[in-house]
Unconditional design. Sequence first.
Lengths: 496, 427
Amino acid sequence: MSTTDRNTTANGDASATFDVVVIGAGIVGSAIARKLAGHELSVALLDARNDVGDGTSKANTAILHTGFDAKPGTLESRLVREGYHLLSDYAERTGIPIERTGALLVAWNDEELEALPGLKEKAERNGYDRTEIVGPAEVYRQVPHLGEGALGGLTVPDESVICTWTTNLALATDAVRRGVTLLLNRRVEAVEERGGTTVLRTTGGDVTTRWVVNAAGLGSDVIDRMFGHDRFTVTPRRGELLVYDKLARPLADRIILPVPTSRGKGVLISPTVYGNVLLGPTAEDLTDRTDTGTSEKGIAFLLEKGRKLMPELLEEEVTATYAGLRAASDHSDYVIDADARRRYVLAGGIRSTGLTAGIAIAEYVAGLAGEAGLELVPREDLPEPPRMPNLGEAFPRPYQDAARIAADPAYGRVVCFCERVTAGEIRDAFRSPIPPAGLEGLRRRTRAMNGRCQGFFCGAEVGRLMESRGADACGPRVPHENREHGGERRSPEARR
Amino acid sequence: MSTDTDTTPASAGVTTLTPAVVIVGAGPSGLSAARELAPRVGGEVLVLDRESTAGGIPRHSDHPGYGIRDMRRFMSGPAYARRLVEQARAAGATIRTNATVTGWAGERTLEVTTPQGRLRVEAGAVVLATGARERPRPGRLIPGDRGRGVYTTGHLQNIVHLQHGKVGRRAVIAGAELVSWSAALTLREAGCATVLMTTEYPRPDSYALFNIGGRAFFRPRIATRTRVSRIIGKPDLRAVEIENLDTGARRIVECDTLVLTGDWIPDHELARAAGITLDPGTKGPLVDSAFRTDRPGVFAVGNLLHPVDTADIAAIDGARAARSVLAWLNGGSTPDGQVRLVAEAPFRWVTPEVIRRGDPAPARRRLLLWSDRFIPFPRVVLRQDGKVVARKRLWWPASPGRVFRVPSIMLTSVNPQGGPVSIGVED
């Protein structure tokens, strides 16, 4: 897919000197850019990839965490707790789908059972007091399809599932609408200090700025060293996941979590907002920061765990397998720090909790930058946050909306049958402030081709709509033929 | 056709249709059912298809071999699809394309999305003819990179025949059964060489016709007892790793295209959404020889029931099911008592799964089975209540990758009041 014809938003003018450049257009970076753009500042959001949210933010377990199991007293604990509420409110305003499923930690042996009171107490120290220890009967009442042998559990009623893609896109879109310049396809290769400004040498040319925020995820330690620091190392931790067919969803209507013990973390089963069921993740430390492939060992491990957790789940079809890389670091907490001398703020070591904590991290980063000398004058004229297209099964989607179809037939033309994505939604994605740069980006914006057939039926048609950037979405490719009983009209094939 | 637009706020803009019969899926089985039903039914026969063109899978299988058993002809997939569409229309059926059935609103009431609006289709009878699809890569749990260039046959043929798009230059085909050769033909037309076909079985499984023709034509290498164990290359496919199932040895085969063929699963979503009982073997609806599911007035035909047989067999299902649908519409009742038919290894499944005295014989007087093992001249055995009730040597092979047919006359000695009947083989 060509990236040269991207619109100006996504390939913004980088010739000016920005007040702040945020490196990394994942959830954390997008949230920071959005926050800073709420002030009288010129802000750019820069990313090495051709789309926002194409790194760690796109492939995680998509759980909105209460923070019940964070390490009490850490910055992570605080920001996850705050972020939970901030993101919940933001989701309400922008239409990011969230399902309040709740979670259940399940104990399978005595060690895990004995760990439950400690976890409940830990949750309370993290400011979350709604957990409850339950016996096996209640565990099976809540999850009737759970495998045999559960001894008890801990309920976490406010753990929820969210759409990580829409979260990232909403924050980045909001940032762009607030005037942030989005600079994609620019990998930072070197940093130069030049008389009160910083020049970022990127694969897409130089970008000059007074302040830099490093939210580069898997690359954050590398960027940090360019600023003369040597304080942490990112170890990519691969997490492989299996996504089961929507027909499996009745088996798991809440998040089923393992009890963390001395023998490490187990895997979870979670519903997704798209109506699927996740099984995973594995946890494997890698050295290659780009290896998002799946492995034979990982898949075998997940199947073995899944067979014990929920044997019926394994009878269902797997509709996707994927691997995400968490930006784990050698620190046990987020590493967020401002360097006033270099006019530089680091937001590093952000693990998978960054999805929940992102907006709170942005608040915190802005505060630090302000203290370090970045002038923060709030703007009065901020646009409303964007209303995002709904990708969630729990909320109405265009194909179900008779009024919307009547107003625009493109919403009645289902292109991706498994996920029921309409031509109208694909067209809208291309007309949005941050259009997709390729098929993967389109999938994250619409769910097209994410379903059980993986393109058997729709792949070619979706590809065709990609080529035209959704332009011919309004009418079907072959005219619809609606004939009365017994009516005769030549078929389109017969006309050839 | 009676039509009225509901104006209550909850369903504003939803149009209600009340056909005598609604058929979901305009492939060979659905269209054949429509052709037989339309002249014999008082009301409308409405066929719904989510694609923008009716005809089903044969539309994009642009090679000969279609229509042999049902039309007594030898024609290409697209020509066969056109003919089925023409026949159904000539018989008076209504075909609506771009019409996606999204769920049920009652026993025999469907919710449908079309560019012309949302429909509520309240039918006297429903025929599910939703077909089957090939299991894609995730369902096969093949590890490795998510490189571009991995297709199922359906995806590939859609790209090449319907969209006239491009694929790569060097392909590996996973599978060596009938559909795999269809994929090889398509690749050839697209200018892509098939460098290797893999099969987990000890021998290639497709029909002799295709094997002789195929071998002479392509001379591709067929690696028996192998599987694709890893996918290598991103963003574009570079190679696949092939494992020998007997020795465990692995090697790398360079390719830019991988076609995953066969490994069919029925498109059973609507059946499951209705709570219709499925057969664990076929994963399609459990039916009797009259194509009844366990929901009254809901029938199922075609490769939804037997993933997959050839298109002509699917078409014959549809035509035969028409009688049962008519009987239902005319108030006919289902005979009492039933005997469950159960497949035993090496058979993975058998259909129809339910036999009733008084029902018509299965289509073409054949039970359809799927074998996991090659047996040159299988001696088929039926057992009921601990006793052998029938035994017969068949003079055609049971072979993985295609349907195995057993004469239904073997059921004659089954006790209609007895327990389940197992069907297996004796060595």
